[in-house]
Every structure is written in C-alpha cells, then in structure tokens.
Design a protein around this ligand. Sequence first.
Ligand SMILES: *Cc1c(COP(=O)(O)O)cnc(C)c1O
Length: 419
Amino acid sequence: MKDETKCLHSGYKPENGGPGVMPIYQSTTFRFDTTDEIAAVFDDPTKAHIYSRFTNPTVDCVEKKIADLEGGVAAMCTTSGQAASLISILNIASAGDRILSTSAIYGGTVNLFAVTMKKFGITVDFIDVDASDDEIQKMIQPNTKAIFGETLTNPSLQVLDIEKFATIAHKNNIPLIIDNTFPTPILCKPIEFGADIVIHSTTKYMDGHALQVGGVIVDSGKFDWANGKFSEFTEVDESYHGMIYTRDYPACPYIIKARAQLMRDFGCYPSGMSGFLLNLGLETLALRMERYCENGLKLAKFFESHPKIETINYPGLENNKYHALAKKYLPKGTSGVMSITIKGGKQEAVKFMDKLQMASKEVHVADIRTCVLHPASATHRQLTDEQLIACGINPGMVRVSCGLENIEDIIKDFEQALS
Ligand SMILES: *Cc1c(COP(=O)(O)O)cnc(C)c1O
C-alpha cells in the first residue's frame, strides 16, 4: 500500500460485523479465564494485553500503523517525544556508556542529553551535523553505543545526511537513531537511508491538531544486536524469567526489550483514548503534509522577497545551504516550518510577533494553525549564547510554523505585522 492508503487502513482491520472505526479500549486491565493464561503472558509478553501500563489494544493498532508507515517491524508509543528519546537511549546505554549526538537538535533533547543523562552516568558527545566522516569517526569511542540526530533539525532546519551517519555508525557496529518528527514518514523514511531506530514527537504533525503530547519509537528490525556490543540483548534478563531478547524475539528484540523492561518500569504509556486521538491525526497525515509543504513554500518565498526580512531559513528554497540534501531526503517538500530573522534584531522580532493577529504566539510547532515562537526567549531559554549558536539559533530569530489556513490569509497577516 502507498502512504495515503496506509494512513487509513494499516494497523486496524475490522472483523466481520465489527466496528469500522478503531474502537477505544479504555481499560486498565484485561480479563482471563484461567490463571495459566495469565502466567503464559508473563512468560511471553507478546501473547496478549494484560495491563495498560505497557500495552493496550487501541495503542497497539496505532503502533502497527506507524511502524508500517516508517517501514519498520514494530513500534512502541510513549506519552511524549521526550519519553521516546529517553527510552530509545536507555534501551541500549547505561552508566559508563557514551552516545554521539549531533548538536543541532531540539532544545529539550539537548537538556535531556547534556544534563539529565549525565546524572545517569551516560555521557553524550556532540558533533556538528556537517562534520566530515573523519571528524565523526574520531568522536566514537569503544563505549559509544549509538549515534543520534534529527532528519530536519528543530529549530535550525538543517537537513541531516542520514546515509553518511548511518555508514559510520554501522562501521562501528552501533545503531543510528533518528528523530524524524518534522518530516514524518510522509516526507522522509529514515530507515530507507540506513537508520536503525526512528523516534517521533507525535505531538507535532502526526497528532496534527495540537490535541495531545505523545511520542513513538520505531524499530527497523535491521540492526544486529548480537554483534557483541550489546550484552543486555544476548544475555539472560533475570527480571523477565530468563528471557534472551535476540534469541526469543529475533524479528524485533529492540522494541520487545524497551517494552518489557523500560515501559514496564517507567510506565509512560498512552491510554486507549490517546491512541484513538493520535490515530485520528494519522488518518489525514499524508494529505496534510502535502498542504503544509505547499503553503510553507509559498510563505517562504514571500519572506524571501520582503525588504524587512534579513534572513529566511527554509530548506525548500533553492538558495538554502541544505537544499541539495533536502532534494535527496525530502523530495516532496520540507514541511511548514521555517525561521526568519527580522532586520533590527531581537527587539524588532518581538515587536513583529506581537503585531500578528491570526498567527498565534505559542510554545508549539507543526500545529494545524499558523503559529510563531521566539526560541531564544522560550524553548531554548536555558541555553547559553554559545549553546544557542551551536544549535544554529540567532537571538533575533523567529520560528514560523505555517498552518493549513488559506495561504492568502496567512501572508496577509505576516504582511501587516511586518509593515
Ligand atoms: C517537540 C519535539 C520533541 C519533544 O517532544 P514532546 O512531545 O514535546 O515531548 C523531540 N524532538 C523534536 C524534534 C521535537 O520537535
């Protein structure tokens, strides 16, 4: 099936006479006839749903749909993108290990990696997205367990050369984890370019309507966890009745382990209702992404020709530094997210934002409605000036998330605010 079809038909298949719309299983627990049947699920957690702290039938359907869209073999939803990032790392690294991450990533992830992971004993090294093969290789140490990066970086909008990072990761027998939040699988499927694990903040385009915070982790099923570097996958898990993940679940040991160990212990799992709402967003994802790209490009061209705009950063524009990479990795378009710098710096940027009438000022991006944000005073407030620059953020930069209103109305609002 093509993406538009998968958005509507993957994950949930109505039974004869069953509901046409995916039902909401809003239940903490599931009933069994015999004690033995419950015991069997404790031996093999893939057998049935037992408790909604780590599996739920509605969420399960959504997980299957997202895995299918990304070209992966399994997925696990989380209650936020942050939880997805956290679990994606903790599933393969523990105290004493290192992770190599590109420095241009979401501000919340920078904080998670540089501050909180450090307290767990995991060191995250940072490298520029444009680093050469040699520079990347030099940063990999024997205890480096993964490389992490974003397809289209938030908010600096750099396009990651996924193949380059995947090749180096695989040469070192470690996986590449890609945060694919902005493109969604409609605009880019990182697994096709060598990514091993794909994560998302579903809060953004996937949910699409600014309804709820959520995340997901997708397993490509392609990484060899038995290569000698990941003993937790090949040795007996005493906390799970002697399970050996690579032996017992050869198709998707990564997701099974993440669910059996980390989701069991952390419990950041969405409810049936949350799964239902996320699915509703996913049903129109392909259609919406097309329009975000169309509106986004028109708005970017408007900014490009406006005398009060100093810079416009949108990889869909031909003179953008990342346009060639965007053509390779994001051939259908580069979403509705862009950033602009207004002439006059920070003060003028704030003044411009306050003059907008329709576009909302909010801490969000990839909303169905057009919205704007000043990263230096909001999402990236905790970063030092050096960290801001490393993330590709100018203090006067405004991030614009072009919505699905009529493009003429969107441009009209920005035009009056600029004048
Ligand atoms: C928003 C975002 C996150 C964090 O997701 P939440 O759902 O807000 O926890 C992670 N990565 C990227 C690229 C994001 O845009």
